[in-house]
Structures are given as structure tokens and as C-alpha cells.
Ligand binder design. Structure first.
Ligand SMILES: [Cu+2]
Length: 287
């Protein structure tokens, strides 16, 4: 059942998971929570609370109906942490309980609905745990695979704090007042201006987007293009076709399907331009 042959662009979401799958279609995923210094962008470091050393945390991918077994080890000496999967449809008091410093817990659930969803730390204050970097994407593939396409995975998020001598000191007050210092796709402001995404022109592209927030929306847009389909949370009912810009709320997600008919360089951003100007702005090169 090793259906883990993601396309090359899967590496867009930093982090690699140790998947093992048995004949009973159980997918084992291991998370470790840490408190660590990370490079936010060239010249800027910040303290982050991470899953598996990365922000966003690792991409989790299963097929609907497979059991997902999560082991969360908390290697953070400072805080408890937990995992809230929006794909889970379970009693949160059973699977989303805090794991204290130094402890490890395993829980499982079976995602039933295909789509793309956010996961995040659920420990209070959730705003702070998400604002510090504890979130990621889970893709639940339909049992009958989607039509083939080039895949791009993007997690939009915000970073809050005060910048001094190349160090961003996080600020809960700035999180509460929704005044980010930076925004980003896949954990680093302007990441894909520095290192553009690459796709083939003339062939379908499927963008999976999670808006991790914690507090601002994403008016997702690709300059020069119109989406063939927008599927909120990757569900079966399209928001519409011929949509140029679609809103993804904080905590929400979507699948955006398009084809670049003409080779070129296409900016990708949230069209909330004040938000994009802080870093949620990149480029897709269609070749
Ligand atoms: Cu946490």
C-alpha cells in the first residue's frame, strides 16, 4: 500500500515523514514537538515551536478510509502540545489532549472525507501555539484518485513580533491585535520570489492550499490566470469555475486547479495586498 509517490513538488512543504503502511492500511506518522531557533528568511532568525523541526510541520497524506495513527512526542521542556486535525471527525477529548513535556502519546482516527485540511497544535492559548509555528497540511486523497496533475502544496501563515538585529522576537500582543511582521507561503516570507515554483505549461496544475493563519484570510490568486475549479477544503462541490480569486479563511483550505497555457512567470499571492506585501507573495514559472 506504499502509495507515497508524490510528485517532485511535494518537497515544497519542508519536512519528510517516516511513513510505514501495513496491509491493514494503517499509516503511522511520528511528530516531535520542539522549541528551537529557526531561520525565517535570509538574515532573520526567530524562536519557533515546531513539529519535526519545520514550519509548517510535515505534510501528512492518506487515502480516505485508511487509519491514521499519530505518535506525538513532546521534546519541548517549556510547554504542553497537542494535535488537532481538521480531517479527523472525532471526539477532541479523545485524540486532541495535551502531551506534557517529555511525554509521548499515540492516538488514531480514520479520515473519511477526501480533501485538504489544516492540522495544528490545540494547546491553549491556541493563538500562540499556531502563531509560533505549530501547523501543517493533511491531504486526504479520494479512494478513486483525482485526475493526474502537477501538484503544488502551499501553507499560508503569519509571523508576529519585533525585529531587532536580525532576530524576530515573537509577540503575543501583536498576535492578538493581528499585526503580523511577516506573512509567508511554506514558512518563509517571499520564499518563492527567491526560488520560484516550477511547473510545465499546458498541463494541469493542482494547488493545495492551507491557510494556517492564525488570524488573517487568504484571497488566493495567481496573476494572469483563472482557476478552472476551486474546491473549498478540497471537497466535492466546486465553489465555482472561472474564478480568479477565492477566499480561504484562517483555518480553511482549498484545491485550486488551473493550466498555464502560456509559458511565463506568474506571481502567486493573497490579493489582500497589504498581507501579501509582508511575504505571502511568490512566483510560479511555467516552462
Ligand atoms: Cu503547541
Amino acid at each position: 500500500m506504499m502509495r507515497r509517490s508524490l510528485l517532485a513538488v511535494t518537497a515544497l512543504v519542508a519536512g519528510v515523514l517516516s511513513f510505514t503502511a501495513s496491509a491493514e492500511a494503517v499509516v503511522d506518522v511520528k511528530f516531535t514537538a520542539r522549541h528551537e531557533m529557526r531561520t525565517l528568511m535570509p538574515g532573520v532568525k526567530t524562536v519557533a515551536w515546531t513539529f519535526n523541526h519545520t514550519v509548517p510541520g510535515p505534510l501528512v497524506r492518506v487515502t480516505a478510509g485508511e487509519e491514521l495513527r499519530i505518535t506525538l512526542h513532546n521534546a519541548d521542556k517549556h510547554h504542553g502540545h497537542a494535535l488537532d486535525f481538521h480531517a479527523s471527525e472525532v471526539n477532541p477529548m479523545r485524540v486532541m489532549m495535551d502531551v506534557k513535556s517529555g511525554q509521548t502519546k499515540t492516538f488514531s482516527f480514520t479520515p473519511k472525507r477526501p480533501g485538504v485540511y489544516m492540522y495544528h497544535c490545540g494547546t491553549a492559548p491556541v493563538l500562540e501555539h499556531v502563531g509560533m509555528g505549530m501547523y501543517g497540511m493533511i491531504i486526504v486523497d479520494p479512494p478513486e484518485p483525482r485526475t493526474p496533475a502537477q501538484e503544488v502544496m502551499l501553507v499560508q501563515s503569519e509571523f508576529y513580533g519585533t525585529l531587532k538585529k536580525g532576530v524576530l522576537t515573537p509577540s503575543l500582543k501583536a498576535m492578538l491585535t493581528r499585526q503580523p511582521k511577516y506573512t509567508a507561503f511554506n514558512g518563509s516570507p517571499f520564499r518563492y520570489l527567491r526560488d520560484p515554483l516550477k511547473v510545465k505549461a499546458g498541463q494541469p496544475v493542482r494547488i493545495y492550499l492551507v491557510n494556517a493563519g492564525p488570524s488573517l484570510g487568504s484571497a488566493f490568486h495567481v496573476v494572469g490566470e483563472i482557476f478552472d475549479a476551486v474546491l473549498p477544503d478540497g471537497g466535492t462541490v466546486p465553489f465555482g469555475s472561472n474564478v480568479s480569486t477565492a477566499y480561504v479563511p484562517a483555518g480553511g483550505a482549498g484545491i485550486f486547479e488551473l493550466t498555464f497555457d502560456e509559458a511565463g512567470t506568474y506571481p502567486v499571492l493573497t490579493h489582500e495586498l497589504g498581507v501579501a506585501s509582508l511575504g505571502a507573495l511568490g512566483r510560479i514559472v511555467a516552462e
